[in-house]
Design a binder for this molecule. Structure first.
Ligand code: SF4
Ligand code: SF4
Length: 446
């Protein structure tokens, strides 16, 4: 008898992406039909994203209301709406392994994206948007930075970008910083190492493309936070993109190339006992989950996984070690804090909220729901309206209690929420990354 749900903790199988069968369209269609049939009987995830409503609409439009009646070509409508947030797997699905039904909806969507990429390649727009470090290196050239930022603000240019590139003219897109994080930041600090029982006493910062090219101030604030707590740090010398934007396209060979640049550098630090901190949750998740599942036999990938920390996971563990300063000088008032999906699925608890709640005179309204931004997905013309629709309940909840600040660990989601609140006519509040809020509370903001 098939029982409902699991009693055991969920596990995740490695991604068998080097097996030729992974790319066999007929085999993929069989698996899609099997899983879609289970989802049709369950329908728990209907409110999570656009994938499930698309699937159920397709089922409901068939003659007998069953999955086998769906034209296989139409499966793409379900796959394209998935932005790999992982929420269905991590928070809803009772049939994930070790359940015998062995259902991993996000990784099945990833396989379908990989097969599509293998057969049809990637569009110019998708390639451009997902090449975050190449784009950043080019747009980060001083004269180019000014031009790109200025041009991106001209409505007529955005209209042309929408019709030629498919970047929605209304979507928030990041500006490029005049100086990269790596140019601004001091490369290391020399505090004595104080290991705790739970935390390594030295840190290496994997800055991420967004911090390096777009908002280096968050990286500098992370350094201030470490300095204030007398934690020595280093920077990764020549980091590449974590690979998440390429993963979202199913471009797994490109993910491997980026892995081959990052892992030798990061594993060296892991072997020397550093905690690796990444200030963008999707990048952290890439090293904690996706790369280890793609390369389960690579010891160095697993070492990096073990050494990788979300910054607030690290700070709270540091507090438990009695090694975090709580000499806050500034109250923050009401903070509406959004937990991004890629933080939730790391399963480390609400460590950012816990940190903000330590600050006197600060109340935290925690909003734990998908904002809809989802990396590059939400800026694409065909998905932007859906991204705003998915985010609506978040925009509303973030406005509760008239916050002084709105904040998300994912700065892209933060900007998306800011935009959604403005478009919904909700009261605006200053948007700041949680790392910058803690720096402000310490009295270290300039
Ligand atoms: S991973 Fe996220 S976007 Fe994809 S189907 Fe699941 S809930 Fe929807
Ligand atoms: S992914 Fe799992 S919980 Fe979600 S609809 Fe499918 S079977 Fe149900």
């Amino acid at each position: 008898m098939k029982r409902e749900g699991n009693l055991e903790a969920p596990t995740r199988h490695p991604l068998d992406w080097k097996n030729p069968e992974f790319y066999d369209q007929a085999k993929l269609d069989v698996e899609l039909e099997r899983v879609f049939d289970i989802c049709h009987g369950c329908r728990r995830c209907v409110s999570l994203c656009g994938s499930f409503p698309s699937l159920f609409d397709l089922v409901d439009a068939t003659e007998d209301g069953e999955v086998h009646g769906i034209d296989k070509k139409d499966y793409a409508a379900v796959v394209d709406q998935c932005y790999l947030c992982d929420l269905c797997y991590m928070t809803k699905c009772p049939y994930v392994p070790p359940h015998e039904w062995n259902l991993d909806f996000p990784h099945l969507m990833l396989r379908a994206k990989a097969v599509k990429h293998e057969n049809k390649g990637t569009s110019f727009r998708d390639n451009l948007l997902s090449s975050t470090d190449k784009l950043g290196s080019f747009a980060g050239i001083p004269i180019v930075t000014q031009a790109v930022n200025a041009i991106n603000k001209i409505p007529a240019v955005r209209t042309v970008m929408e019709s030629t590139l498919g970047v929605d003219k209304n979507a928030w897109i990041p500006e490029y910083a005049p100086k990269k994080f790596k140019q601004l930041a001091t490369k290391s600090s020399a505090w004595p190492v104080k290991n705790g029982t739970k935390t390594p006493g030295k840190v290496v910062i994997y800055a991420t493309c967004f911090i390096n090219y777009n908002e280096p101030g968050i990286g500098q604030d992370l350094i201030k936070l470490l300095d204030h707590n007398e934690i020595p740090y280093e920077l990764v010398n020549k980091e590449a993109c974590c690979g998440m934007p390429k993963l979202e396209l199913g471009d797994l060979n490109e993910v491997e190339k980026l892995k081959d640049i990052n892992i030798p550098q990061l594993s060296k630090f892991a072997k020397e006992g550093y905690a690796i901190l990444t200030p963008i949750p999707s990048c952290t998740l890439m090293f904690k989950q996706e790369l280890p599942l793609m390369f389960p036999d690579e010891v160095d990938v697993q070492l990096v996984k073990e050494a990788m920390w979300d910054p607030f996971e690290y700070l709270i563990a540091r507090k438990k070690d009695g090694l975090l300063k709580e000499d806050f000088k500034e109250e923050l008032g009401h903070v509406s804090y959004h937990v991004p999906c890629h933080s939730r699925v790391q399963n480390v608890g609400k460590k950012t909220a816990e940190t903000l709640e330590m600050i006197p005179g600060t109340t935290v309204n925690v909003v734990e729901r998908c904002s809809g931004h989802s990396g590059t997905w939400g800026v694409k013309k065909e998905f932007h309206a859906m991204a705003m629709k998915i985010g609506k309940p978040v925009f509303k909840n973030m406005a509760n209690n008239e916050p002084d600040y709105i904040s998300s660990d994912c700065q892209l989601a933060g900007h998306h929420i800011e935009q959604g609140m403005a478009e919904a006519g909700l009261k605006q509040a200053k948007m700041m990354h949680p790392i910058s809020l803690v720096v402000k509370a310490y009295g270290l903001a300039e």
